[in-house]
Design a protein around this ligand. Structure first.
Ligand SMILES: *[C@@H]1O[C@H](CO)[C@@H](O)[C@H](O)[C@H]1NC(C)=O
Ligand SMILES: *[C@@H]1O[C@H](CO)[C@@H](O)[C@H](O)[C@H]1NC(C)=O
Length: 276
């Protein structure tokens, strides 16, 4: 009799322990889910954080909340291949590109050398040094139909579709940058390729077409050459460039070795404008 009772007690105890263990496990799982829901930052929030911190860092009194909402309405909830450049009109109105006469520098196929130069010498500003340009430089973003999310991967690439989220931004912003170009304007082109003024480039297809001869005095081409010079200032594509310029905008071209630009950029004694 006593043995039977002891066994019953033991099994009742074991059942109790089991229930407690299951209960603890359930509580832990629920807690983990709640924590994950609370702590997880969506890609959208993460992208917004990057946008806002770059906006804050730029200074200049821009309203970062207003700029963000003008920006996100351009693409959130839309097919990433059907976001035409006009979608960014509200953003450009909220944060207009400011003219900076005699210091505006365009580039095509010379991104590294031009930005190395502008980062060391404050003689010129490129599109990427403007407010909207610096906030979005190097970033990828898109959404999809009916979504409130921002995705930073899996977005259509530069040439997958013409009106993609990122490309349309650069088209719109570059057009605005060119529209306000004023005084003496410069462009760094690549002398190591056969067509330094390529019709497919943003510079040829958008920027030159938006130059305003009322604001602009001249365009100086800095043709960056490397050891093997492929193109010089007599290149046929550069003659096309001259033809495209409106009357009233004068044109000049200099062939400048990349090493000379690098040396000059690193030489604090050299004044602006004497690098070529
Ligand atoms: C891209 O957008 C432009 C301007 O809105 C439009 O005219 C053009 O048809 C669009 N292209 C494509 C391939 O959707
Ligand atoms: C010019 O283009 C070539 C080929 O794409 C590239 O290797 C080179 O770095 C470019 N030169 C400059 C100065 O950016």
């Amino acid at each position: 009799m006593e043995d039977g009772q002891a066994q019953k007690r033991k099994s009742r105890q074991r059942r109790k322990q089991c229930i407690v263990l299951i209960f603890v496990a359930v509580v832990l799982v629920v807690l983990a889910i709640v924590l994950w829901l609370v702590l997880r930052t969506s890609e959208h929030e993460e992208f917004k954080r990057v946008f806002t911190s770059r906006c804050d860092a730029y200074g200049g009194g821009y309203d970062c909340a207003k700029t963000w909402s003008a920006f996100e309405q351009a693409y959130v909830g839309k097919d990433p291949c059907f976001v035409p450049p006009e979608s960014y009109q509200a953003l450009i109105e909220a944060a207009p590109i400011k003219p900076d006469c005699n210091r505006m520098m365009f580039w095509s196929k010379t991104k590294d050398v031009v930005h190395d130069f502008t980062s060391k010498k404050e003689c010129f500003i490129t599109m990427e040094d403007t407010f909207v340009g610096s906030v979005l430089d190097g970033l990828t973003w898109c959404s999809k139909v009916g979504s409130k999310e921002t995705f930073t991967s899996g977005c259509p690439g530069w040439s997958d579709c013409v009106n993609n989220t990122v490309r349309s931004f650069w088209s719109k912003a570059s057009a605005s940058f060119a529209q306000v170009a004023c005084g003496k304007v410069s462009v760094m082109l690549n002398g190591s390729i056969a067509t330094p003024f390529s019709p497919a480039s943003i510079f040829a297809s958008i920027e030159v077409k938006n130059f305003n001869p009322d604001n602009m005095k001249s365009l100086e081409v800095v043709l960056v050459t490397q050891d093997k010079e492929v193109s010089n200032c007599a290149n046929p594509s550069l003659q096309d460039l001259q033809k495209e310029l409106a009357q009233g905008i004068s044109y000049s071209c200099s062939e400048v070795p990349e090493s000379q630009i690098e040396e000059c950029a690193s030489d604090p004694e050299k004044p602006c404008g004497s690098c070529w």
